[in-house]
Design a protein around this ligand. Structure first.
Ligand SMILES: [Zn+2]
Length: 273
């Protein structure tokens, strides 16, 4: 595990969100919880200190049976729902810790908390019990309500998937799945979806990489399944790479993207037949 985030070393707050930093996120959350309840130091006096790994609390934690540190998991495929939040967090938070200083709730995959679950937690977070600590671990926080975010200390752990990345990925997938079904006018109209990327060389390169990956993924899947690999997928990859090069050399944005879209659509094959 890397260096401990500075924001976690200050005074002990009641609610933290650790965003990004997979796969370190859970390790950091675990180490933080263990350090808070470690008996070898008084964290409210000294600020956070790392766990001693020798005291009873540390040893019980490592055995997986710590009575005051809870790992919250959703019980449904749809994520962590309102019942999970009430049963696993809100109700248990009402009672004092069993033995140690803090009662700590580690909510992994917090980005899957439903809005109703987040709302159910607001009051508990806003008026925390003196012993209560929340650690929300999230790949990204954009599914989390502003009302929840504003009540937590946000600690960013390196790489996160930004909204811009997710949007670019969605656009790439959509284009790759639909473009061969489009007529020529719709194909050209798709250019409008690319226009917001015009001003940033980095953003368009990123989008083209994602487009490349969706075709590469398709080829890989077909290969694994023993299905035919379509020639247009290879042609599309070549067209995407070419477009990336042209744009990196300041080629005309609209012409390059439109030409690429026509190639992805299969126009060059249709006209030569
Ligand atoms: Zn300890």
């Amino acid at each position: 595990m890397g260096e401990f985030p500075i924001a976690l070393k200050g005074a002990v707050g009641h609610a933290y969100i650790l965003e990004g930093g997979s796969p370190d996120r859970l390790n950091i959350g675990r180490a933080f919880a263990k350090g808070l309840n470690c008996l070898s130091h008084d964290v409210t006096v000294s600020g956070f200190a790392e766990a001693c790994n020798a005291c009873l609390s540390c040893r019980v934690f490592e055995s997986g049976n710590h009575p005051d540190i809870f790992f919250i998991a959703g019980t449904k495929a749809t994520g962590i729902g309102v019942d999970d939040a009430r049963d696993q967090i809100v109700s248990p938070m009402l009672t004092q810790p069993f033995k140690y200083k803090y009662k700590i709730f580690i909510v992994d995959k917090a980005e899957t908390l439903t809005p109703a679950a987040q709302n159910a937690l607001l009051k508990t977070i806003e008026e925390p019990a003196p012993y209560g600590v929340f650690l929300f671990l999230a790949a990204h926080v954009h599914t989390m309500l502003p009302t929840l975010l504003s009540r937590c200390v946000l600690v960013k752990l390196g790489e996160t998937e930004s909204i811009a990345d997710l949007e670019a990925q969605a656009l790439a997938e959509e284009v790759a799945s639909n473009i061969t079904e489009m007529d020529i006018l719709d194909t050209l109209a798709t250019y409008r979806r690319f226009e917001p990327y015009k001003e940033s060389r980095e953003a368009i390169a990123n989008l083209l990489d994602m487009l490349y990956l969706s075709y590469a993924g398709r080829i890989r899947q077909a290969a694994i399944a023993g299905e035919n690999i379509q020639k247009i997928w290879y042609d599309s990859i070549a067209a995407i790479q070419h477009t990336k090069q042209v744009l990196a050399q300041n080629g005309n944005f609209q012409l390059s993207i439109e030409l690429m879209l026509l190639k992805l659509n299969g126009q060059s094959q249709k006209t030569s037949e």
